[in-house]
Design a protein around this ligand. Structure first.
Ligand code: ADP
Ligand code: MG
Length: 305
């Protein structure tokens, strides 16, 4: 496989008068394959944006190497810039321009025509809002417009920094469909997010960052499987007598908690079959491990947003 991005031991320290030194990026390495959907997942302040800006060539690292599509992103090269799309913050729009005028401005920068600009508005579902001023668009529409602007130059690689932050669940899901489609067209996508379920739903592989470091890297499935965590199955209490509960638990942990009988099992299929056979599925809930559990395992603390 060909690497779209290779990052080796990146470091970046910010020095502020009030904050002192902050090791925002503290030895980060990863590799993104061509066509891959790669996520950088971490809580606020983890160092995601700084890492992304260095990879995009917008910020210079203190040390470490970056190869972006085979070249160094620093110093800035127009040839490389033409091959990547960077989603700008929605707040970076020109207030008084319509959606169409915004994207046509970007199209000119990339040497793309008005037809391409119109096609991209259509692509992100904004054709009907082409004449609406950017400031009047909804949060989800602004995000769509900024993604359309990032795509107008037909990039091979697209960077999205928290594209769904502050969107309602419906707008977020719509945007997921759009981003999946962009990746489905063969473009490499690098996305940052602080939403666990977003990384789990979208990414082929994720790097989990915390305090400037990559704490774990792999596909969400691999990372979750590596925990070897039991599945938690709960049903309403009182459907089974204590002896039967003990038999079904088969030596694995079981407890009564808030009106529920809670089993922890490594053989969920067997237990579920037995619970069904016993007619004891009232209030059934099944919880498998998630990236949240991976975060807890690798950082030793709960996720905070
Ligand atoms: N321009 C800056 N000057 C000083 N400190 C910064 C700057 N940008 C980010 N930081 C600090 O660096 C750390 C990482 O920030 P950032 O890369 O924005 O993380 P994330 O995108 O994961 O929230 C945070 O502690 C943040 O406060
Ligand atoms: Mg950020």
């Amino acid at each position: 496989m060909t690497a779209a991005i290779e990052v080796d031991d990146l470091k970046k320290t910010y020095r502020g008068r009030k904050t002192g030194e902050i090791n925002a990026v503290d030895g980060v390495s990863f590799r993104v394959e061509e066509g891959e959907f790669f996520g950088i997942l971490g809580p606020n302040g983890a160092g995601k944006t700084t890492t992304l800006e260095i990879v995009e060539g917008l910020r210079r690292p203190d040390s470490g190497d970056v190869r972006l599509l085979g070249s160094s992103p620093w110093p800035h090269s127009p040839a490389l810039a033409a091959r990547i799309g960077v989603q700008l913050q929605a707040s970076a729009f020109f207030e008084f321009l319509s959606a169409r005028e915004q994207i046509e401005t970007f199209a000119r920068l990339y040497g793309a025509g008005e037809a391409r600009a119109a096609a991209m508005l259509e692509e992100v579902g904004l054709a009907d809002s082409a004449n609406v001023r950017a400031e009047k668009l909804s949060g989800g529409q602004k995000q769509r417009l900024s993604i359309a602007c990032a795509l107008v130059g037909d990039p091979e690689l697209v960077f999205l920094d928290e594209p769904t932050a502050a969107l309602d669940p419906q707008a977020r899901r719509n945007l997921w469909d759009l981003i999946r489609k962009i990746n489905g067209e063969g473009r490499t996508v690098v996305l940052t997010t602080h939403y666990m379920e977003e990384a789990e739903a979208l990414c082929d592989r994720v790097a989990i960052m915390d305090a400037g470091r990559v704490r774990a890297i792999g596909s969400p499935r691999e990372l979750i499987a590596s925990l070897e965590a039991p599945t938690r199955i709960s049903v309403a209490s009182g459907q089974l007598d204590a002896a039967r509960v003990g038999e079904l638990a088969a030596g694995e942990p079981v407890r009564e908690e808030g009106g529920l009988t809670v089993f922890e099992t490594r053989d969920p299929q067997k237990l579920l079959t037995e619970l069904a056979a016993a007619g004891a599925l009232e209030d059934l809930a099944v919880r498998t491990a998630s990236l949240e559990d991976v975060f807890l395992e690798v950082t030793g603390r709960e996720w905070r947003e």
